[in-house]
Design a protein around this ligand. Structure first.
Ligand code: NAD
Ligand code: NAD
Lengths: 205, 205
């Protein structure tokens, strides 16, 4: 079984490989560029077969296409956002700016005053239609941008109608009774805590 | 020199250790709980001194206090957000929900219609006062939640007046001419790309 964390690192490797102009890259360079140890890079890529040649590194194009295939980005990422508040709106507008292999297909909310509003190229739809929209659009991924108290019931509905991956911003565990759904929690305060180190670091120099 | 990525993992270890009820924990358990290999955990912690005893693991309380000290959370994280739009507002309201060691002290914007508005416990201030606010409040960390075209000029101002760490949401590189400022870019589409793998994974079972 491939550890989830290895999967989470692949998009960062892919982003860098897509912009890389070289023909070959070593695990040291790929690690430095993305912030991981060269052992971690080698270990991650080894889960998916041996692409590198000892001492010569990896073929950039081949590795790029391999990661693209592993992440199944060739099918396109069909996601929806539940919660058209501040966070949901910021995400929909950001993704629409052209991350071509990720597409947000629908934006749902429960507030009658927000339903029907245009956000980017989407019109906010009612969360009542969640099951229909997942089925009609073939949605596999949902972003949970609802308040804490709404998160568990909404996530249960997502699991029941076939969504298999959830990016969860709400500060509560969801889908604990649905082992077939992969839930990735996000907490941006962890990023701020890490930055605290660098503030201190700089002061000492 | 400690790799940046090792620092970024520490808050995830700390979050788990803070909730852990056991007296001791091994690198395998800490790794499984946070999604990293046990080698990665050992390697990360070894940068800061040897806390673990081979075969017995780490003392949870001691490790927690050590990471807390390494991240300098004892001083509290004093951050500000520039850009009081959707993302900035969502962040301020979220952090205010009680992540005690991270505090957003100020929220700035350039739009006269937003300046003066109350968001959580903060009143939006004018970005004209950026330098004064950084000095008066002793701000070390800034979150960049402004549009792409405003990001570089705002980040330069932050660097010039002493901010040493920036969480950058804008899709453009900032502070490239200020090596003393640590910039952490954030791209939530990478999280969505990683989830694509899990959708495919589940379908195959
Ligand atoms: N993890 C992080 O780093 C982080 C950062 C910011 C915000 N958050 C969290 O993300 C969530 C959204 O934050 P926000 O600032 O956008 O909040 P918000 O209040 O602006 O938006 C929430 C939206 O959800 C809608 N909603 C409520 N119940 C619903 C339901 N049952 N079905 C569908 N929609 C529903 C509301 O009408 C509202 O539009 C919150 O839970 C917040 O705590 C997390
Ligand atoms: N990286 C990611 O995953 C991600 C996700 C969502 C949004 N974003 C990015 O985050 C940024 C903010 O997104 P948003 O949805 O909140 O946008 P928004 O338009 O809602 O908010 C931007 C705010 O910045 C203010 N602003 C503009 N110029 C400014 C300046 N010079 N100084 C201070 N404030 C200024 C505007 O008045 C506005 O209130 C954008 O760059 C967006 O692309 C990134």
């Amino acid at each position: 079984r491939i550890p989830d964390a290895a999967i989470r690192r692949l998009p960062a490797y892919l982003r860098w490989l897509t912009e890389c102009q070289e023909e070959r890259v070593t695990s040291v360079i790929l690690g430095q560029a993305t912030g991981y140890s060269s052992e971690q890079v080698r270990k991650d890529l080894a889960y998916f077969g041996a692409f590198g040649t000892r001492g010569v590194g990896y073929d950039v194009l081949a590795l790029r296409e391999e990661i693209y295939r592993i992440l199944r980005l060739d099918r396109g990422v069909r996601a929806m956002v539940v919660g058209a508040g501040h966070l949901g709106t910021a995400l929909v507008r950001y993704v629409a700016q052209g991350h071509q292999d990720v597409q947000i297909m629908a934006l749902l909310d429960s507030n009658p005053e927000i339903i029907g509003v245009q956000v980017g190229s989407l019109r906010v739809e009612s969360v009542e239609r969640l099951e229909d929209i997942v089925r009609e659009l073939g949605i596999g991924i949902a972003v949970l941008a609802v308040p804490k108290e709404a998160a568990v019931p909404v996530a249960d509905r997502l699991a029941e109608c076939g969504v298999r991956a959830i990016l969860n911003f709400a500060p509560v565990a969801v889908c604990t009774r649905y082992p077939e759904v992969f839930v990735q929690p996000i907490d941006l305060t962890l990023e701020l805590q890490a930055l605290s180190y660098f503030v201190g670091q700089r002061e000492r120099h």
